[in-house]
Write a protein that binds this ligand. Structure first.
Ligand code: ATP
Ligand code: MG
Length: 451
C-alpha cells in the first residue's frame, strides 16, 4: 500500500512539474525570441546579414537548450541561421505565422520535443525570427525525480512497517490479551488481571476488566461461603439424634407394615409361597441395615482417638470395598501424596466415611468406570478427594443428599452421606462435593492436621 501511495504521489508531482516547467520554458523562449528580434531588426533592414548571424549565434551559444535560430527577410527567405550544415527542408512550414505576431508550435523531433517560437521582425512582412528550444532541463529534473522514487519508496515502506508495528503494540496486542482474558474469566478463574499498560482508552478498559474480575472473585467467594454455610446448617439439622430417630421411625414403618400385612395373611391361611418368603427376607434385611447403620453411629459414645495415616486407612477401606469394586468392573487409581501428615481421629469412624463415599462412587457407575483417590495438604488441613466419572448428582437434589434417609437407590437407606457428614464435622473438618450431571462427582473430605 505504501509503495503504491508513493508511486501515485510521485506521478502526480511529475505531472505538476512538467506542466509548470513547460509554461516557464515557453515564457522564457518567447522573451528571448522577442529581445533577439528587436536586436536583429536593424541588421535585416540594412541587409547586414553577417551581423544578424553573429547576434543569433551569440544567443544560441549562451542558451544551452536553444536548438536553432533562424531569421527570414521581408520576402520570407532565410537570411541568417545557426544550423551547422544545410538548412533542413520545409523549415518554413514548421510554424507558419501568417498574420500572427507570435506563435508557439510544439515539434516532435528525434531530439525530443522542441518548441518553435516564431515572432515577426517587422509586422506586415514575411520577416520572422524562429527559435527552437529543447526540454533539456525538464528531462534532467524528471530523471532526478525518478532517482528519488526508489529511496522514497524504501523510506515510506520502512515508515509503514514501523507504523504498523507501533499500531500492533498499542492496539492489536492489548486486544489479543483482552480476548485471552475473557477466556480466563469464562473458565471461572476470577481475580486474575489483564496485563496491559494503563493509559488511554485501552488502559481504561483494562482497569474496568480488572475491577470486574475482582468483583466476580468476591461474588464467587460469597457464594462458596453461602454454600459452606448451608452445610453447617445441615450439620445443625443432624446434631439432634431425636431428629434422626424420627426419620428412622418413618423409614422403618414401610417394611414393618409390609411384614405386618404378610403375617396377618399367614394367620388366616398359613402357607408361605416362595415369593412371600423373598419379600419377607428383603424387608427384614432392609430393617436390619437401617438399624445397624443407625446404631453404629448413635452407640458411639466417645471417640477413640489415635494418630491416623490416611494413606494406610484408604488402603484398608479399598480392601474392604474390593468386592464391590471388582463386581462393578471399576478400576481404582490412588495418587495420594506419600508424605501426607498424620491426623488425629477415630479410625473406625473415618473408615466408615471413606467406605461410604467409595461405595457411592461405585454405585454411581453401574457399567464400570474409574475412581480416583487423591490426597494433598497445606500443612493445616489434609484433603482427600474421591473422584468418579459416574452419573453425577442432578442439580435439584444437591441440597438433599446429606439429608438422612434421602436416597435415589432402590435398596439404599439414605444414611450413608448424612452419617459421613456428621463424622467429618465432629473431627473439625468438612465434607463437600462438586458434581456435573452426567460427567461425575468429586467428594472432598477436609480434616485438620493435629488436634
Ligand atoms: N458419587 C455419587 N454420584 C452420584 N450420586 C451420588 C453420589 N454419592 C451420593 N449420591 C446421591 O446421594 C444420595 C444419598 O447418598 P447416601 O450415601 O446418603 O445414600 P445411598 O447411597 O442412597 O444409600 P446407602 O448409603 O444407604 O447405600 C444417593 O442416593 C445418590 O442419589
Ligand atoms: Mg451411600
Amino acid at each position: 500500500m505504501a509503495v503504491s501511495v508513493v508511486f501515485f504521489t510521485l506521478l502526480a508531482i511529475r505531472g505538476v512539474i512538467i506542466k509548470a516547467f513547460r509554461e516557464e520554458l515557453e515564457k522564457r523562449a518567447v522573451s528571448i525570441a522577442g529581445n533577439l528580434s528587436d536586436r536583429v531588426a536593424n541588421h535585416v533592414l540594412l541587409k547586414d546579414y553577417f551581423q544578424a548571424s553573429k547576434d543569433i549565434e551569440e544567443v544560441r551559444n549562451k542558451e544551452n537548450d536553444v536548438e536553432y535560430i533562424f531569421v527570414t527577410n521581408e520576402e520570407g527567405k532565410v537570411v541568417a541561421h545557426t544550423f551547422i550544415s544545410e538548412i533542413p527542408p520545409g523549415i518554413l512550414t514548421w510554424n507558419p505565422l501568417a498574420d500572427k505576431t507570435t506563435n508557439v508550435q510544439l515539434l516532435d523531433t528525434e531530439k525530443g520535443f522542441i518548441r518553435d517560437v516564431g515572432v515577426k521582425v517587422f509586422n506586415g512582412t514575411k520577416s520572422e525570427l524562429h527559435l527552437g528550444i529543447r526540454e533539456d532541463k525538464l528531462k534532467q529534473t524528471l530523471s532526478q525525480v525518478r532517482g528519488l522514487t526508489f529511496p522514497v519508496i524504501v523510506f515510506v515502506t520502512l515508515l509503514g512497517v514501523a507504523a504498523s508495528f507501533i499500531f500492533s503494540r498499542l492496539i492489536t496486542e492489548p486486544l489479543n490479551k483482552f480476548v485471552e482474558f475473557t477466556k480466563v474469566l469464562g473458565r471461572g478463574e476470577f481475580g486474575k488481571r489483564v496485563d496491559v499498560p494503563y493509559g488511554g482508552e485501552i488502559g481504561y478498559l483494562a482497569r474496568n476488566f480488572n475491577r470486574l474480575s475482582m468483583e466476580l472473585k468476591k461474588v464467587k467467594e460469597k457464594m462458596e461461603e453461602a454454600y459452606t454455610y448451608t452445610h453447617l446448617l445441615q450439620a445443625e439439622k443432624l446434631s439432634t439424634i431425636g431428629q434422626i430417630s424420627a426419620g428412622l421411625g418413618h423409614e422403618l414403618k414401610n417394611p414393618i407394615t409390609t411384614l405386618k400385612m404378610l403375617f396377618q395373611a399367614f394367620k388366616e391361611q398359613p402357607d408361605l409361597t416362595k415369593e412371600d418368603a423373598e419379600v419377607i427376607s428383603k424387608e427384614i434385611e432392609k430393617i436390619d441395615t437401617i438399624i445397624t447403620r443407625f446404631l453404629g453411629f448413635v452407640k458411639q459414645k466417645s471417640f477413640h482417638y489415635s494418630e491416623i495415616n490416611l494413606n494406610a486407612l484408604i488402603d484398608r477401606v479399598l480392601s474392604l470395598a474390593s468386592f464391590d469394586v471388582r463386581n462393578y468392573g471399576i478400576s481404582v487409581q490412588k495418587d495420594m501424596m506419600e508424605t501426607l501428615p498424620e491426623i488425629k481421629g477415630d479410625r473406625s469412624l473415618l473408615e466408615h466415611v471413606f467406605l461410604n463415599l467409595i461405595l457411592n462412587s461405585v454405585q454411581a457407575m453401574p457399567d464400570g468406570g474409574e475412581i480416583r483417590i487423591s490426597g494433598k495438604t497445606d500443612d493445616k488441613f489434609v484433603e482427600v478427594m474421591i473422584w468418579d466419572k459416574g452419573c453425577g448428582i442432578p442439580a435439584d437434589i444437591r441440597s438433599k443428599v446429606f439429608d438422612p434417609f434421602f436416597t435415589t437407590k432402590e435398596s439404599g437407606t439414605g444414611l450413608g452421606l448424612s452419617i459421613a457428614y456428621n463424622i467429618v464435622k465432629s473431627h473439625g473438618g468438612k465434607l463437600f462435593f462438586h458434581s456435573n450431571e452426567g460427567a461425575g462427582t468429586v467428594f472432598t473430605v477436609r480434616l485438620p492436621v493435629g488436634e
